[in-house]
Design a binder for this molecule. Structure first.
Ligand code: ZN
Length: 318
């Protein structure tokens, strides 16, 4: 879930297929355009018009805290799990990404549900003040966004380390709550990361489906100045979106980004305070049953991690 559920992204516009083709040509990267062109030509089952409700306009921002892991939640976190061990120093690692540093930010923290007063405290995000963090969302069966994001993060780390990258996490659910969004940004900055990805899943209305990558807007205020990262972050985000489509077969969001799979936001502290290329990814909508079936599948999460790894590799190899 995005950090500010009260400030939905730009409302989706309705447009016909002819206009969609023009938008594709103008806006989206080649891989995404190819996929979307195929979608337009073949009339898939995911081409419902954009829903009237933007992300966060439902009760999705207030998921019930999961009292205990449900059977489905348990099965969702079981099976081929990536290495749970903390990232090791890879001095002397070989591979195409040797010497490159990637910071992975697993969205939220399972403990946030029990520390709402702490995570509601405001922190300075440069342009304004904002909550330290949010609880994140969950599936209706209680599989939390925080569990999801850490699982995908671990899979991503394994894939990137195989290519020689040094991977650092902002947290591993090893603390009671948080970190706050400003600290998450600082971790990437301090690591002098070549790329940072913050991993999330959304909580929106049923029928709202698909993934989107969030790019930093051009902002300046206080400690926030994204002038140097807007361009490279867009490059990073477009590559991730294209590779994510290819690896998962999932469609770009049908409710954010006008079908491009890309969104630009100026209200996220994790982006505003970053001085290194950074994007967020919302992998799907946990509140939609069809998306939830994907997000709770370990096989699908592996594909999601692969798509992210491919996008990051493509960006770092450019
Ligand atoms: Zn989130």
């Amino acid at each position: 879930m995005s950090y500010d559920e009260n400030q939905p992204s730009m409302p989706p516009r309705r447009f016909g297929r002819g206009n969609l083709t023009i938008v594709i040509a103008a806006l989206v990267p080649t891989a995404l355009a190819g996929w979307l062109a195929w979608q337009v030509m073949s009339g898939p089952d995911e081409n419902e018009p954009p829903r009237a409700l933007p992300s966060g306009s439902t009760a999705a921002g207030k998921p019930a805290p999961p009292a205990s892991p449900s059977p489905s939640a348990t099965s969702a976190t079981a099976s081929p799990s990536p290495s749970p061990s903390p990232s090791k120093g890879r001095a002397g690692a070989s591979g195409p990404l040797a010497g490159r540093v990637v910071v992975v930010d697993p969205g939220h923290n399972p403990g946030n549900f029990q520390h709402t007063s702490e995570i509601n405290k405001l922190v300075d995000i440069g342009t304004n003040r904002k909550e330290c963090d949010t609880t994140g969302t969950s599936t209706n069966a209680g599989y939390t966004e925080a569990e999801f994001s850490l699982d995908v993060s671990q899979r991503l780390r394994t894939l990137l380390e195989k290519q020689g990258a040094t991977v650092k996490f902002t947290h591993t659910n090893d603390r009671p709550f948080g970190p706050c969004v400003d600290e998450r940004a600082r971790i990437g900055n301090k690591a002098k990361a070549d790329a940072v990805i913050s991993i999330h899943a959304d909580g929106s209305a049923v029928g709202n489906r698909g993934f989107h990558v969030i790019l930093p807007a051009l902002v300046k205020g206080g400690a926030a100045d994204t002038a140097n990262i807007v361009g490279p972050s867009r490059d990073l985000g477009e590559r991730i979106a294209g590779k994510f489509v290819r690896a998962t077969g999932s469609a770009p969001s049908n409710y954010v980004g006008d079908g491009t799979g890309l969104d630009v936001r100026e209200d996220l502290g994790g982006l505003n305070l970053s001085v290194v290329p950074k994007v967020f990814i919302e992998c799907g909508n946990m509140r939609d049953p069809k998306d939830a079936a994907l997000l709770t599948s370990s096989n699908w999460r592996q594909k999601a991690a692969q798509g992210m790894a491919d996008g990051i590799s493509s960006y770092l190899d450019r």
